[in-house]
Design a protein around this ligand. Sequence first.
Ligand code: 13P
Ligand code: SF4
Length: 349
Amino acid sequence: MSFETVESTYEKMHMMLKNIVPEFEIRHKAELVYEIRKLRDERNAVILGHNYMEPALFHFVPDFKGDSFQLSQLAATTEKDPIVFCGVVFMAETAKILSPDKTVLIPSLDAGCSLAASITGEDVRELKKLYPGVPVVTYVNTYADVKAETDICCTSSNAAAVINSLGTDNVIFLPDEYLARNVARDTGRNIIFPVKGPRGLKKENGELEYAMIGWEGKCEVHELFTVEDIENVRKQFPDVVVLAHPECPPDVVEAADFSGSTSAMIHYVEETEAPRYLLLTECSMGDNIVAENPEKDMLRLCSHRCPHMGQITLEQTLDSLRNNQYEVDVPEAIRVRAKRAVDRMLEIK
Ligand code: 13P
Ligand code: SF4
């Protein structure tokens, strides 16, 4: 797509967004999108955008869009510099881990993640002492110091494949309790959680047999969806197809018709013909699907929003390119160890 003028940018945005974004806002955002793309080209930058970005940003700014796994792959292969990451800090950190010689920018340093904040490198060292020799798999929703203590990373799209690739009976899987419970069920494992006591972590009683050792981190958005939500919607719309991200509680995932990464959910909706869909994930994804597929009827529960993804706006993306802010850095000793774990994940087909 090429945007030669503010007016042609506006026209393209109007075509796609007219039914979901008010006219005056499209006009305002078209000016920002035009400036961002002009500056991106002048600076030879590449912009990566996670599926949770708001519709105007999502559809008209990133060179590449996708889920955490797809964006990690792109960050590993892009030739451009700087990389502007429209997502959250752990994603930008992963880009820096993979492309240390490039400048990696995130438009807001407030774009955190409750899962990434739930665990530290020190916690992982303690767990490894408690379960010596058991391999550690960590979800990419973690910071670099945690990845550095890890044998291999995973995302929601490849967690079971990563665990199966290890060929071991037991595995430490961090930090999302619900993703762990969902993957333990899919890989036929028992799940146990070490107990936090006054003197640190203690083993849960019982044998370690074909087990997944988890951590009690939660996504502050997906943990809020309930089976009752699904039942209420099914009562009103019996023909609804329900999609739940695997960070949702296991009973919610079981009550849904499909569970997968953010890109897998988008793909599922685009490839199926249902009268309507309910998305149990960050609400902006429903807007993004409707913008591109106006014939799709999407229900979404928008009272649960990700406050971190919402930090990334068009204004801040423009400031990021203008002022080279905010640069993401990872200390070299940590980066090298974290890269091993991310590279191993990227090698899994
Ligand atoms: P995906 O890997 O499915 O894009 O998920 C990332 C995330 O943060 C979900 O909340
Ligand atoms: Fe983190 Fe949840 Fe937000 Fe994803 S939706 S970035 S897991 S807090």
